[in-house]
Design a binder for this molecule. Structure first.
Ligand code: SAM
Length: 223
């Protein structure tokens, strides 16, 4: 049990009745919050466990992540791939994760290298919208967690590389509730998320559902 008196009781209860994140990810999350200004951007315990579970459910060969940041979500996705590899050692599975901010590389690369999961991860510095289409790889799953202002552009890029039956998980799609708050009508990130949500809602190529987990996580399935 990891009950922390500073957490709202239900949050603590949910965490205590879900799988633990493990010592390495716990330390990474703490280090992220100590060494980066926006440490809150990292996925964290609950969403991380969901990402791993989701990989084990969907059994992708190749996953694309837009927005590595400190590597927390990347390691959770790769944990899922590793678990699948133990069941099917002959199937190669890989996460391609992109981070546009080259200042994160010195922090993030050692955490990836030290995780025991590096064999399944390609960590690429650069803009995913520009570089992912050049890989020559098709994907079965994508985690979209980059610049909120360009979510629609990223979505269309990912759709062009996603196999039918593949899944997109898009993070922060409720944006702290700002999507329904008129006070944020002129905020560019809120505008980007609203445009994305409207775009996906109207897109008949996909099925979709928004989970109100954390900051909103949309699960999208390409038909
Ligand atoms: C919310 S953080 C990612 C958090 C991480 N996925 C996690 O859950 O632990 C968003 C990151 O996306 C990066 N980013 C934004 N747009 C991007 C793009 N087009 N390609 C690659 N990285 C991008 C930002 O620099 C930032 O570090």
């Amino acid at each position: 049990m990891t009950t922390d008196p500073s957490q709202p009781p239900l949050d603590a209860y949910i965490r205590d009745h879900s799988d633990p994140e493990g010592d390495y990810l716990y330390r990474l999350y703490r280090a992220t919050n100590i060494h980066t200004i926006h440490g809150r951007m990292a996925s964290g315990h609950l969403q991380g466990r969901l990402l791993k579970m989701f990989v084990q459910m969907a059994r992708p060969r190749n996953i694309l992540e837009v927005g590595t940041f400190s590597g927390y979500s990347a390691l959770c996705l790769a944990e899922g791939l590793k678990a699948l590899e133990a069941e099917e050692p002959d199937v190669e599975r890989r996460l391609y994760t992109f981070e546009v901010n080259d200042e994160m590389e010195d922090f993030t690369r050692p955490w990836i290298e030290g995780s025991g999961l590096a064999d399944n991860i390609s960590f690429i510095i650069g803009d995913a919208n520009e570089l992912a289409p050049r890989l020559g790889v098709m994907f079965d799953m994508a985690f979209v967690d980059g610049d909120k202002r360009t979510y629609v552009e990223t979505y269309e890029m990912v759709m062009s590389l996603l196999r039918p039956g593949g899944y997109i998980l898009a993070d922060n799609t409720l944006w702290d509730g700002h999507v329904v708050d008129p006070a944020y009508d002129h905020d560019r990130q809120t505008q980007g998320i609203r445009a994305f949500n409207d775009h996906v809602a109207a897109d008949e190529r996909v099925e979709k559902v928004i989970l109100p987990l954390r900051d909103g996580l949309t699960i999208i399935r390409k038909k």
